[in-house]
Ligand binder design. Sequence first.
Ligand code: ADP
Ligand code: ZN
Length: 724
Amino acid sequence: MYAEVLVEYSAKAIDKTFTYLIPHSLENKIKRGMKVLVPFGNKIINGFVTGIKEVWNESHQLKEINSLVDEYLCLNEELMSLGNLLEEKTLCTKITAYQTMLPSSLKVKKQETHYAKYISYIELVEGIDIDEFKRTKPQAKTQIEIIEKLKEGKQLKNSFSKSAVDSLLQRKIIKIIGEQVYRLHTPKKVKEDPPLTSEQQSACDKVKLNEHRTYLLYGVTGSGKTEVYIRLIKKVVQEGKTAILLVPEISLTTQIVNRFYDRFGLDVAIFHSALSEGEKYDEYLKILRKEVHIVIGTRSAIFTPLENLGIIIMDEEHSENYKQDSNPRYHAIDMAEYRAKYHQIPLLLGSATPSLESMARAKKGVYELIEMPSRIGDSKLPKIEIVDMAEEMKKRNTIFSTQLKEKINERLVKKEQVILLLNRRGYSSVISCKSCGYTFECPNCDITLTYHKAANNLRCHYCGYVIKMQEECPSCKEKALGSHGLGTEKLELELNKIFKEARVIRMDADTTTKKGAHEKIINAFKNHEYDILLGTQMIAKGLDFPFVTLVGIINADATLNIPDFKSGERTFALLAQVAGRAGRSSLEGEVVIQTFNPDNYTLNCVKENNYDKFYQYEMNNRHKLDYPPYYFITSIKIASKEYELASKEIVKVKQYIEKNVSKSTIILGPTTASFFKLNNIYRFQILLKYKKEPNLMKTLKELDSFYIMNKIVNIEIDNNPMQI
Ligand code: ADP
Ligand code: ZN
């Protein structure tokens, strides 16, 4: 028997398959979709089996497949074909597509690593004469104790003295048995279903299982969308089918996973990048062994090999995390859409602030719109107030407005909780010299360094460059360094100063580097061990804390002022989401938005809790400026350490595209990309806007292959970028 093997022989190689002989020992094991190691040149490299055949007609000798990477691991036919879509949408190589669909612990590796975790037990060897041992060795008390215990059945090896166990093993009186265990502890189901509200019931009824359709569940924050997900999944599981629920970020998985454990117990596997390699392996194995019906996870969980899918749900569908921002730049919605169609099942997209694209599709009838306009029970949407920080500055209130300070104090007295959003970590974002104006910038990137006070250093948030904080200005040698720009670290210190009694906890990338940190913070806040939770956008979405009655947005301008076509949409979603954390129980919620642009239209839509008004306004803008959803866009970047070269290549790229696409396509640029210099690499960009461009993918593919072997100049092509 022979196997066609797609091999990986350089990071960005052209896909190529080679034929290998299947050795006898593997003949019945190797199937299409499996990962193997094969000899190539004088190396052993990775490969995927793409086909099996019985005959080989050519004369030259074939090499044998070296080994099978994991007998459980096999991309099924559905995933193999999904690989084609991934390749088509992102222009990646097929081997990259296959690799992307597997968790990293299972990616083909040169060295075999064994991830399965075993626990060792000991038990008595059958037919052993124990009495004889006792007679001849009456002094071996510990060993006799062990034997007595083992009469009751197998025991954990570790619970006995090592030397005693070893000598019993030597005498062949006992033997070791290994049992595989899963690392993650899954609690048992403990809760029954609550009765649904009529809105929830009618939402559930609208989703037709067993046929393909995409639904947009547009439900305000706190309308009970998660309960709708649970019920739909329950129905699917009762039919013996499986379900995938995607959530946008790890910080959100904790709460949602716990709700699912409560209702489904052992039937749930979870999947996200904060799991250890071993945990990922275990969770994957549960799926392959068909021990679970439900998978909950972040973006890449869309590739988990559940068979017999019954529904796919994407929570917070507007989230930009669903798009991967490195190669292959895929969007989980496209993948979900494909799988839902393949299985002829519903895809449900849920959000309180749907992306403009999804809402536009729903309004056109491409998606079916399901609305849940009211909150559960008697909880109401929060009252939102905009505070003009220019006025506050006159009163020397630089961080907290009078209103926000008062309201925080009220909450502390009433023993209610507060969430504060500040979308920038570190202490302060700019350190500059008051005497000469010198500003600390990263030498590798064109961004300023952020001061971290606890560590007393300056860091680049992009490339990780670090220097110690200095006493004097490196340029004019004056001791006149000052900081501006507020970060979460400074906000925390300020809170501690102003609200001395308050218990404050911070959640941002710096406080969540340790495994399990997200969970710890969220649980501690939920248990009311803290009064104030402050953090970056990490705290904005999905979290449900009944005692939070005040949300403060410290600087609403941070996201608003980024020059990008999506910054209005991003700001609206972020602020509406974080505002939605307030007043989720019978306690009424309030929100304070601090800004220097109090008349800004987007902020005022947030204030009115009015998504529809924002949608109309922003669609109008997009229409005027030919942006999505009216036009598709593709960004093409040329990246190189050589500035001159990159600036010349981008012109060539533009000329090539002009020649190959229709006149109706708008080509903008070349310009410098928005992060022009990162990690010592310069980036130039052109932007394409088009409605229909049949030649485009072919042209882009040609461009991509043209640069594949080029070690000095790289091309980055992004279809439907989240940022330009
Ligand atoms: P969303 O995901 O739409 O923001 P959630 O699903 O988190 O809303 O629901 C908000 C709150 O209402 C949660 O605390 C949840 O437990 C509660 N809840 C949801 N549905 C019901 C129901 N049918 N009966 C009682 N409480 C519910
Ligand atoms: Zn840098």
